[in-house]
Design a protein around this ligand. Structure first.
Ligand code: CP
Ligand code: NVA
Length: 356
């Protein structure tokens, strides 16, 4: 069924646990189809369709993931960087939203202020996916969930002979994933320790993982531990307070944690604060010694959305067997592909002005 208004993904806070689970099932299906059957079985839900990528900040993963995901589904994407289009320089966001939305089938938008992606979603008339704002980063946390699910599940083993016609291999895999991979079960009961800045990534984790039964402990230094009022209001509405610990002491967060996770201490746009931040975050670098001293669980794993700097995690942890960072980065592609497939790939705008 095609909804009247275009679907949008501005934060996973707007999506139920079941909806998020369905997106992860979609992503895992696409990944397993490509790796086991080959790319021609992915389907072509973006055939004759296009994605605009309006990015006002740099990107490696999100950009490469979106471009390759769109083309894998048979569509084209166009990267519209800050210096390429009139947006923000010579034209209002409203005008650009109207114009771009009238020509493409979906927009992936990386913005500074979260209100900007809200405006795009409100006025473009096509599916809009938040590719990072100052407040949230939903597609990153989808990739994090997929990574944790794969880690919990171990290798995926299929019957040696897949008894299905070539054309329905996607559907066979989707059924297999739904019947054999317990997505909420892979997360339930885990403790995740965030040691670092309270930022867009930790916000998105906060509004998502506690609903899956993950105990989320956030350790940030004083002055960098503020939770945005919009995030606080969301958490209150979700009723997940007992699943969250806020602290200024990394030791409290790391104790008994299954996953240690962090991000840069200096997000895009905060470069002027570098010296003050490096000082404030002293003692927050994730190392083997920190994990041992503070009592992380024996089999603890490390995650990071990347790009990474040595100050927040040393090489020994980052390149160790505990580190999930490279599968996590690859999973940006499969989860973004699932979002594009589900949102832009099937949605048909109401054809008000259709020629008769
Ligand atoms: N994790 C992430 O969003 O990376 P990029 O900024 O490279 O897209
Ligand atoms: N917190 C970082 C995430 C980069 C993917 C930033 O906003 O720059």
């Amino acid at each position: 069924r095609t909804p009247e208004t275009a679907p949008v993904l501005l934060t996973l806070a707007d999506r139920s646990v079941d909806e998020i689970t369905a997106l992860i099932q979609g992503a895992l299906t696409l990944k397993l189809v490509q790796k086991n059957f080959g790319p021609r079985f992915l389907g072509d839900s973006m055939r004759n369709r296009s994605m605009a990528m309006t990015f006002s900040k740099r990107s490696t993963r999100t950009r490469v993931a979106t471009e390759t995901a769109t083309s894998s589904l048979g569509g084209v994407s166009m990267f519209l960087g800050r210096d390429d289009i009139q947006l923000g320089v010579n034209e209002s966001l409203y005008d650009s939203a109207k114009v771009i939305g009238s020509m493409v089938d979906g927009i992936m938008a990386r913005v500074a202020k979260h209100e900007e992606v809200e405006t795009l979603a409100k006025h473009s008339g096509v599916p809009v996916i938040n590719a990072l704002s100052d407040l949230y980063h939903p597609t990153q946390i989808l990739a994090d969930i997929l990574t944790l699910v794969e880690e919990a599940h171990g290798p995926f083993v299929f019957p040696s002979q897949v008894t299905t016609s070539e054309g329905s291999r996607y559907h066979w895999m989707h059924e297999w994933v739904r019947n054999n991979v317990d997505i909420p079960g892979a997360l339930r009961g885990k403790k995740m320790a965030w040691v670092g800045d309270s930022n867009n990534i930790s916000n998105e984790l906060l509004v998502t993982l506690p609903r899956f039964g993950v105990h989320f402990a956030l350790a940030a230094p004083k002055g960098y531990d503020t939770i945005d009022p919009r995030v606080k209001a969301t958490l209150e509405a979700q009723g997940v307070a007992d699943m969250i610990t806020y602290t200024n002491d990394p030791a409290v967060a790391v104790k008994n944690a299954d996953i240690l996770i962090t991000d840069t201490w200096i997000s895009m746009g905060q470069e002027d604060e570098t010296a003050a931040r490096l000082k404030a975050f002293e003692g927050y670098q994730i190392t083997m010694d920190m994990a041992r001293t503070h009592g992380a669980k024996e089999g603890w794993k490390f995650m990071h959305c990347l790009p990474r700097h040595k100050e927040e995690v040393d090489d020994e942890v980052f390149y160790s067997d505990r580190s999930l960072v490279f599968p996590e980065a690859e999973n940006r592609k499969w989860t973004i592909m699932a979002c594009i497939d589900a949102m832009a790939g099937w949605w048909l705008p109401a054809r008000k002005n259709r020629m008769r």
